[in-house]
Design a protein around this ligand. Structure first.
Ligand code: MN
Length: 236
């Protein structure tokens, strides 16, 4: 069974190119899915959406603060209205349609904002610098994750604590209704959430694609969304 997994790309760069780190593609392929790149700006999302068996909402720059009612913060960077519009639309659709979806970093923030949540715009302002969630100037850095028992994330990762690669500027503040926090960092930053409405939606704040080639815990997350896609498509 071919399982088409949409993977959102970054917005246009300075040269007008849509880009995406290859690690996302590699991880979906290792899981047995067929990745289909989805650049922002499509006007026929519904038609495309019907063809997908699963979706990965990828990492990237900050969401425009106005999308969650904030006047903004001077550290907000790489705002891309075209990408925000496409991904916020997809984020609403995946819950109502119960599409198997893996939302990573910015992807988790997009899911939260699309469903009425808000973001901390600059983590050190709220949480201090006890734990680095990215390294200067903008690089990944490792920190530990604690997963709540009795969560789908715990079933998927099979671990209650592990080290991830963290690479985020912002974090969930107000959680969207009908979502549940299922993992945190030691400073209390929300690191993963689940939806009461779509049991096939996995949302994490860290970057599993960066280490999935070597770390089975991280690859299991990609394996899970492709397994969900198969389960849904075969109607089990
Ligand atoms: Mn983090």
């Amino acid at each position: 069974m071919s399982l088409l997994i949409g993977v959102t790309t970054y917005g246009r760069n300075e040269d007008g190119k849509f880009e995406l780190p290859g690690e996302y593609i590699d991880a979906v392929r290792r899981a047995g899915g067929v990745p289909v790149l989805l650049p922002p700006g499509d006007t026929q999302h519904d038609a495309l959406f019907k063809q997908l068996d699963g979706l990965v909402l990828t990492g990237g720059g900050d969401i425009a603060p106005g999308e969650y009612g904030s006047p903004g913060h001077d550290t907000v960077y790489l705002v891309d209205p075209e990408r925000d519009a496409s991904e916020l639309y997809l984020a609403r659709k995946v819950v109502e349609s119960q599409l198997p979806t893996f939302a990573i970093c910015r992807g988790m923030q997009v899911i939260n904002v699309a469903h009425g949540g808000t973001l901390h715009e600059h983590i050190p302002t709220e949480f201090g610098d006890r734990i680095a969630h990215r390294a200067p100037p903008r690089r990944p850095t490792p920190h530990e994750i604690t997963v709540k028992p009795a969560s789908r994330l715990r079933d998927i990762t099979r671990e209650s604590t592990f080290v991830c690669q963290s690479w985020h500027h912002q974090a969930i503040d107000t959680l969207a209704p009908s979502f549940t926090v299922v993992a945190e960092a030691a400073d209390g930053v929300i690191e993963a959430v689940e939806s009461d409405l779509n049991p096939w939606l996995i949302c994490v704040q860290w970057h599993p694609e960066l280490t999935a080639a070597e770390d089975p815990i991280q690859q299991r997350l990609f394996d899970a969304v492709v397994a969900y896609a198969k389960e849904k498509k075969s109607g089990v």
